[in-house]
Design a protein around this ligand. Structure first.
Ligand SMILES: *[C@@H]1O[C@H](CO)[C@@H](O)[C@H](O)[C@H]1NC(C)=O
Ligand SMILES: *[C@@H]1O[C@H](CO)[C@@H](O)[C@H](O)[C@H]1NC(C)=O
Ligand SMILES: *[C@@H]1O[C@H](CO)[C@@H](O)[C@H](O)[C@H]1NC(C)=O
Ligand SMILES: *[C@@H]1O[C@H](CO)[C@@H](O)[C@H](O)[C@H]1NC(C)=O
Ligand SMILES: *[C@@H]1O[C@H](CO)[C@@H](O)[C@H](O)[C@H]1NC(C)=O
Ligand SMILES: *[C@@H]1O[C@H](CO)[C@@H](O)[C@H](O)[C@H]1NC(C)=O
Ligand SMILES: *[C@@H]1O[C@H](CO)[C@@H](O)[C@H](O)[C@H]1NC(C)=O
Ligand SMILES: *[C@@H]1O[C@H](CO)[C@@H](O)[C@H](O)[C@H]1NC(C)=O
Ligand SMILES: *[C@@H]1O[C@H](CO)[C@@H](O)[C@H](O)[C@H]1NC(C)=O
Ligand SMILES: *[C@@H]1O[C@H](CO)[C@@H](O)[C@H](O)[C@H]1NC(C)=O
Ligand SMILES: *[C@@H]1O[C@H](CO)[C@@H](O)[C@H](O)[C@H]1NC(C)=O
Ligand SMILES: *[C@@H]1O[C@H](CO)[C@@H](O)[C@H](O)[C@H]1NC(C)=O
Ligand SMILES: [Cu+2]
Length: 570
């Protein structure tokens, strides 16, 4: 091309084609100052760890293709790390955040710069602390807009609103988990759920603390739902409004309408809400409610209901208007959960293809569930039958190392982990039938090592050893495709024939069905050490976690980056 034509070429392709798809993203800088801040909820004031004094924490707004740089300064007495939940972290595992997996904690008075790009993702994710139960108060939204000039594959919303669910404790969550791990019993449950940090009018002493969403008749709203609760999957519904699900875990889905959303801790769901047109809009206040989906015994989980308010602008006199409440499924409605999950499909369009692994190089079968460990000598324990609660995958309860796994991997430090995580259960049993009489689990710091770009299938099977329960399993460093799910025991001779390899939902957290199984597939195309764990924090604390080590590939852009110079030391 002659020089004469170049400006025209640049103008044409620059504005119309090159900019949206090939332009370098912007860099977004943030400082997260972790400090104690007095917050009052349910008439109870606590000095809680917050980021920049905000609860919930600040929203990160970015675009696909951007770089995000966050300097985290720890000014509380506890150790802190921050995890960018769902961000792929391609080759930047040092910025992933789980304590003792990819980094040592940021200690009091220290700081660490997280530095990563957003690649191939658009929608909603969130950030949260990833050490002990610090994420109880340290969490906030990550909004990922499409690249500049690229539209949503659905009507452009008039406004976008994060709706982040949390769990409020009147006591210090760190003391609660410490006590539970000491006694072996289940931890005290939370005192309220929150929407954008507020418990809403259905609790004692909290009606002032209600999130209100003012909407204009006829307009479209994009609600970015995030479940940042510690220990509970949630049903969510808005009275008299149908929601259209368009995106989960920062990947578009085939839109579908529903009155009720189910969202596990670690999941996000973008829904479109159309405010009623003027004519169809009754003078009324519509409650948005969320409460748990759980099959555990009553008393072992917080079964309360959080409420927020949808009100039409200009506001009427709210108190005198009729108040409509949505109805939610029963707390233990597993059939609803199964039907809802089955509706989620990847968009799988030419612009947003579903790159599902069709062949499988390595296939794994992991049991997930609760068990026990014997009470140490000289102690009395308050878990089942005088034992301590434990939790495991393939009967291995994960022992946290004291050196970060990624550092051990990168620097070839021996003795930190072993590479013998079982590929299948060592002692098969009827996983969803009468539990075996020995419920004791083993322990270790065991990982699975994968060659770069291996295509992986993992079938995760719930166990009924301490009661069948849904476990939201979260994989760091990857999105996976949910190719199958079912009730009872997975049948390797029949079930794979029913797998969906065309448009399975793509996500980073999936509920392993209570008394059932789920099959996921992914390409191990991200070198590093990647945590996989239940996102019910109580189960993670009990050991329901493991890690994948993905080796470098042969090419320069298939290798883990070197560690940053300010990486915290153990
Ligand atoms: C963090 O916040 C505390 C309390 O507001 C303040 O004293 C301190 O200067 C802040 N530090 C940074 C690095 O912003
Ligand atoms: C919280 O409030 C108490 C009582 O007013 C006060 O003593 C304490 O210094 C406050 N803490 C913080 C972190 O602001
Ligand atoms: C973030 O990482 C990029 C790529 O490694 C590097 O060029 C840049 O200097 C880093 N930024 C900061 C603030 O560390
Ligand atoms: C709103 O929903 C409630 C039940 O949740 C129902 O009783 C009421 O009639 C509905 N109102 C309108 C205007 O649809
Ligand atoms: C809710 O929890 C309370 C206290 O933990 C318990 O007494 C009650 O039976 C539970 N309700 C349901 C419907 O499970
Ligand atoms: C759900 O709980 C109710 C009340 O506790 C109980 O009657 C019912 O059998 C449970 N259903 C399932 C499917 O477990
Ligand atoms: C148990 O108690 C005995 C007697 O007090 C003591 O000698 C022993 O060290 C204790 N064992 C443990 C594991 O604490
Ligand atoms: C409880 O533990 C005792 C002693 O180890 C054992 O004999 C008993 O069978 C156990 N009961 C149950 C229900 O597991
Ligand atoms: C497993 O246990 C369930 C429930 O008791 C039973 O229905 C099923 O037949 C058992 N499966 C096998 C393979 O034994
Ligand atoms: C536990 O089960 C095994 C195998 O099913 C059996 O051999 C053993 O006797 C049982 N032990 C107890 C204490 O019931
Ligand atoms: C882990 O297993 C070892 C035996 O391999 C046992 O001595 C130890 O008590 C177990 N630790 C926990 C926390 O269960
Ligand atoms: C914080 O982390 C360091 C490094 O791993 C560890 O030595 C220390 O015990 C931790 N402090 C607390 C309060 O957990
Ligand atoms: Cu779990």
């Amino acid at each position: 091309m002659g020089a004469r034509c170049a400006p025209l070429f640049l103008l044409f392709f620059g504005t119309l084609l090159v900019l949206p798809h090939l332009s370098r993203g912007a860099t977004r800088y943030y400082t997260f100052n972790v400090t104690l801040t007095n917050v009052t909820r349910l008439c109870n004031t606590r000095a809680i760890p917050t980021v920049n004094g905000k609860f919930p924490g600040p929203k990160i707004v970015t675009r696909e293709g951007d770089r995000v740089v966050v300097k985290v300064v720890n000014n509380v007495k506890d150790n802190v790390t921050i995890h960018w939940h769902g961000v792929r972290q391609l080759r930047t595992g040092w910025s992933d955040g789980p304590a003792y997996v990819t980094q040592c904690p940021i200690r009091t008075g220290q700081s660490y710069v997280y530095n990563f790009t957003i690649t191939g993702q658009r929608g909603t994710l969130f950030w949260h602390a990833h050490v002990s139960w610090m994420r109880a108060t340290l969490y906030g939204p990550i909004v990922i807009l499409p690249k500049r000039g690229v539209p949503y594959p659905f009507p452009k919303p008039y406004k976008e609103v994060p709706i982040i669910f949390g769990e409020w404790f009147n006591a210090d969550p760190e003391a609660i988990v410490a006590q539970a791990l000491q006694t072996g019993a289940g931890p005290n449950v939370s005192d309220a759920f929150t929407i954008n940090g507020l418990p809403g009018p259905l609790y004692n002493c909290s009606s002032e603390d209600t999130f209100k969403l003012k909407v204009q008749p006829g307009k479209w709203y994009l609600l970015r739902l995030i479940n940042a609760a510690l220990n509970d999957e949630l049903f969510f519904s808005i009275a008299n409004h149908t929601l259209t699900v368009v995106d989960v875990d920062a990947a578009y889905v085939k839109p579908f309408d529903t009155d009720i959303v189910l969202i596990t801790p670690g999941q996000t769901t973008n829904v479109l809400l159309r405010a009623k047109p003027d004519e169809g809009c009754p003078a009324a206040t519509h409650l948005m409610l969320a409460r748990p989906y759980a099959t555990a015994a009553p008393g072992t989980f917080d079964n309360t209901t959080v409420a927020a308010v949808l009100e039409y602008a200009p506001p009427g006199h709210i108190k005198s208007l009729p108040l409509f409440r949505p109805s939610l499924p029963a707390l233990n409605d597993t059939a609803f959960a199964a039907n809802y999950s089955a509706k989620l499909r990847s968009l799988a369009s030419p612009d947003y293809p579903a790159n599902v692994p069709r062949r499988v190089d390595r296939s794994f079968f992991f049991t997930v569930g609760l068990g026990t460990t014997p009470c140490p000598a000289n102690q009395t324990c308050q878990g089942p039958n005088g034992t301590k609660f434990s939790a495991s995958m393939n009967n291995v309860s994960f022992d946290m190392p004291t050196t970060a796994l990624l550092q051990a991997h990168y620097n070839n430090i021996p003795g930190v982990y072993t590479t013998d995580f079982p590929v299948v259960p060592l002692e098969p049993f009827n996983y969803t039938g009468t539990p075996p009489n020995n419920t004791n689990v083993s322990n270790g710091t065991k990982v699975v090592v994968l060659t770069y770009n291996t295509s992986v299938e993992v079938v995760m099977q719930d166990t009924s050893i301490q009661g069948a329960e849904s476990h939201p399993l979260h994989l760091h460093g990857f999105d996976f495709f949910v190719v199958g799910q079912g009730v009872g025991n997975y049948d390797p001779s029949k079930d794979p024939a029913k797998f969906n390899l065309a448009d399975p939902v793509q996500r980073n957290t999936v509920g392993v069905p209570a008394g059932g199984w789920v099959a996921i597939r992914f390409f191990a195309d991200n070198p590093g050490v990647w945590f996989m764990h239940c996102h019910l924090e109580v189960h993670t604390s009990w050991g329901l976690k493991m890690a994948w080590v993905v080796n470098d590939g042969p090419l320069p852009d298939q290798k883990l980056m070197p560690p940053p110079s300010d990486l915290p030391k153990c």
